[in-house]
Design a protein around this ligand. Structure first.
Ligand code: SF4
Length: 327
């Protein structure tokens, strides 16, 4: 017979192995688990959706884009190797989980965090910070490392049997993999694969955008498209293949130039039409560099933008210029 008053945990579920294991440990104790995951322009919910199906638990998905953009703008606890404000991000996610816990009558919040697994965000002090600053406090349980951490309210109140929780610690993932085998969990993504902000190359582009243009959604979405260069204050985007060339042409806005070689194969390029004539020439030279140009020969570039279409002859940019302008 079903328990009419089950203990209910709102469990942060990224879909990675740790979050799945943490949820399974609670399910094994007869606790009702609901998953909570977040989506944004930097990460999606697909892995969490799959994990929730495998665990057979309901999943709540919340849009996190405005929150993560504000955190990238002002990260209280700084960034990781990319432009990833992991501690602040995690605090904000747990804070939201705490709000939902109170609003929707869950007894506690749980996560798949493992003590000292990530140098920046999972050392003892960071875990304490997350609990304190999120407002979840003693109602935040980390089932995978619980035995190494102070007893939480769900344990003190005997909602959860601390003896059946674990003492995982550090970067070695073998214990998790062994437990996964034991519990029959075979399908899980590789760790840290899902967030673009942890990619240092992407972080570099995003940082440049933040410095020069601000963090608006459309330019952020464009960061994944093409090669990016900075010419003066302008961002120049050069397609890398046919699909990107078509997308750049489609995405081009009325206040932007579209450049491409007129007589030889080469990429489409877009840039703001507010550039000076000299900057337009520099962008055309960068675009020409990726065309099938003949050494020493100028390339005739087609320019579409405000006003009538025209052509410009430019020498392709040198490899040095390409390297210094590349974002
Ligand atoms: S990896 Fe991305 S989603 Fe995860 S905590 Fe860091 S910034 Fe947030």
């Amino acid at each position: 017979m079903e328990n009419p008053n089950p203990i209910r945990s709102l469990s942060l579920l990224s879909g990675g192995l740790d979050s799945q294991l943490a949820a399974r440990l609670l399910l094994e104790q007869g606790i009702e688990v609901h998953g909570l995951t977040f989506t944004s322009i930097f990460f999606g919910a697909r892995a969490a959706e799959k994990a929730a199906r495998q665990l057979n638990v309901p999943l709540l998905i919340e849009d996190f884009t405005p929150t993560i953009l504000a955190l990238i703008d002002h990260p209280k606890h700084g960034f990781g190797a990319g432009l990833n404000p992991c501690i602040d991000c995690h605090i904000a996610m747990v804070r939201r989980a705490g709000e939902l816990m109170r609003e929707q009558g869950f007894q506690f919040v749980s996560t798949g965090e493992v003590l000292n697994q990530r140098p920046m965000s999972q050392h003892r002090q960071a875990l304490q910070q997350v609990a304190a600053e999120s407002g979840a406090g003693d109602y935040l349980l980390r089932p995978l490392s619980a035995k190494l951490l102070p007893e939480t309210e769900p344990e003190k109140k005997r909602w959860v049997d601390r003896a059946r929780l674990l003492a995982f610690e550090g970067r070695n993932r073998k214990p998790q993999m062994a437990l996964a085998r034991e519990l029959g969990i075979t399908d899980y993504p590789q760790p840290a694969g899902g967030c673009l902000l942890t990619d240092p190359a992407y972080g570099k582009r995003l940082k440049d955008l933040k410095t020069h243009e601000g963090l608006d959604i459309i330019p952020i979405l464009r960061l994944r498209l093409g090669r990016h260069f900075r010419v003066g204050a302008a961002r120049v985007i050069v397609g890398r293949n046919q699909a990107e060339n078509e997308q750049l042409e489609k995405e081009r806005q009325s206040a932007e130039y579209l450049l491409r070689p007129r007589d030889i194969p080469g990429p489409n390029t877009i840039l703001p039409s507010s550039v000076t004539e000299d900057e337009l020439l520099q962008a055309a030279a960068i675009c020409a560099r990726y065309s099938d140009f003949l050494p020493g020969q100028p390339v005739l570039m087609e320019i579409q933008g405000p006003g009538n279409p025209r052509t410009l002859a430019v020498l392709p940019a040198t490899p040095d210029t390409i390297a210094t302008r590349r974002i």
